[in-house]
Design a protein around this ligand. Structure first.
Ligand SMILES: Cc1ncc(COP(=O)(O)O)c(C=O)c1O
Length: 447
């Protein structure tokens, strides 16, 4: 069965060119960057080159970039040390932030270090900018933590608008940019943020790599104590291969960001059109179907309530060879755990699935025969495409009475067939369109 990967908000495949850049640092360039001998110095030089590269791409100063173990550590550092270093006692955030932010803030609030105010969000997941302004008026000098794009529903926040308010009321503005780094241009000389973060594995770099940007004027204390690495900002021998990898991945992301974006947007638009055409009553969570107001890599689909598919959708997608997710990676496989959908008052009767794309999403098409001419071949392509339609049909055959109860009296497994058919139906159409897009027009993005 051809397997297809639509879970790029959870993690992305590494670009071969990133791996190539990292390899020498696993083999010959093994020195400790803190060592003064030549083995150490060559690795130190490579780290500083990587820092310079990242800083150049983001229009920042190298002294404002600190490498971390990923987005989570970078968020923790910005929040815990931002609060401590600037004597902040009030934090404004939202209930749909990633847990790397929310749980960190909850700990700070529980300890009594800060008072935490969470903005209201409407049923589309939009924050209330007037409420933000009012909170800042009554709590000047707060820390604001609002993400650039939501990892589950893709909503984009207006960083310029939030940053302007932060400036007006003397706030420290941290934004979790894990989902937008490498997908949008961050011009840090002009973007009014004080701290942003990145995780390399979200843009075809290695897992366990990341960085934190902190504006020079808003210096913070270290989070991890130890040696003098990262200009005394993060103790511990550097993850050299991670640093080389994330810098290379960011360089590749910036090389043709507009091309990658238009490729991914086409796929997302096809998903939206096709799902609307094939599934009456389909809805899209948050602003994810709004091409202007949402992350172009994420589409969060809400299916009409159905006795027969409830809770089985991801399972059936997986059986059909499609990897997608119910929310964030942490709650993959279950929508019940999504604090984001809960905050939007999402109808729990509706199953939700997040499809997320990358510049490699079209790769699937290359495994297929070029331009099949006959109807039969076309059907073959369609069946081989993401759906793994065959297995969905088999399932449907094995369980011909979708609504009947199984032996134990539960609707459990017997709910499969309809969902399977549903999955088969729409993924087949989706496959055909991706095939059209990816093969006929000869798109070949990515490494
Ligand atoms: C918005 C957001 N913030 C933070 C993180 C955590 O990043 P990392 O996996 O690099 O620790 C993620 C990862 O899913 C994310 O999507």
């Amino acid at each position: 069965m051809t397997k297809v990967y639509f879970d790029n908000a959870a993690t992305t495949a590494m670009d071969d060119r990133v791996i190539e850049a990292m390899l020498p640092f696993m083999k010959s360039h093994f020195g400790n960057p803190s060592s003064v001998h030549s083995h150490g110095r060559e690795v130190r030089t490579a780290i500083e080159k990587s820092r310079k590269k990242v800083a150049e791409l983001l229009n920042a100063s190298p002294s404002e970039i600190f490498f971390t173990s990923g987005g989570t550590e970078a968020d923790n550092t910005a929040l815990v040390c931002g609060v401590e270093s600037h004597g902040i006692t009030h934090v404004i955030s939202s209930p749909i932030e990633h847990h790397a932010v929310l749980h960190t803030l909850e700990v700070l609030a529980k300890k009594g270090t800060v008072k935490l105010s969470l903005l209201d969000v409407n049923e589309k997941g939009e924050i209330d900018y007037n409420q933000l302004e009012n909170l800042l008026k009554s709590n000047p000098g707060s820390l604001i933590s609002l993400m650039h794009a939501n990892n589950e529903i893709g909503n984009l926040n207006d960083l310029n608008r939030i940053g302007a308010l932060a400036k007006e009321f003397g706030a420290f503005f941290h934004s979790d940019t894990v989902q937008t780094m490498g997908h949008y241009v961050h011009d840090l000389k002009n973007l009014p943020v004080d701290a942003i973060v990145a995780g390399g594995h979200k843009f075809h770099g290695p897992k366990g790599s990341g960085f934190l940007f902190v504006r020079k004027e808003k210096k913070i204390h270290p989070f991890i104590h130890g040696g003098a690495q990262e200009r005394n900002m993060r103790g511990g021998t550097e993850n050299v291969i991670g640093i080389i990898g994330i810098a290379k991945a960011l360089e590749l992301a910036y090389e043709d960001m507009a091309g990658h974006r238009s490729h991914i947007e086409k796929i997302k638009k096809h998903f939206i059109e096709m799902l609307k055409a094939e599934l009456p009553g389909v809805e899209f969570n948050g602003l994810s179907a709004d091409m202007e107001k949402s992350l172009y890599t994420v589409l969060n689909v809400s299916l009409p309530p159905s006795e027969s598919n409830r809770g089985m959708l991801l399972f059936n997608l997986d059986l059909a060879g499609i990897s997608a997710s119910g929310g964030s990676a942490c709650s993959s496989g279950a929508t019940v755990g999504s604090h984001v959908l809960r905050a939007l008052n999402h109808n729990p009767e509706r199953d939700s699935v997040r499809f997320s794309f990358s510049r490699f999403s079209g790769h699937l098409c290359r495994q297929l025969p070029p331009r099949p001419k006959t109807h039969r071949k076309r059907r073959q392509v369609c069946a081989a495409l993401p759906s793994g339609l065959g297995s969905a049909r088999q399932l449907a055959r094995r369980h011909p009475q979708p609504m009947s109860k199984n032996r134990s009296g539960h609707r459990g497994l017997d709910q499969r067939p309809q969902a399977a058919r549903l999955v088969g139906r729409y993924t087949c159409g989706l496959g055909r369109r991706i095939w059209k897009d990816g093969v006929q027009s000869g798109h070949a993005h990515g490494g």
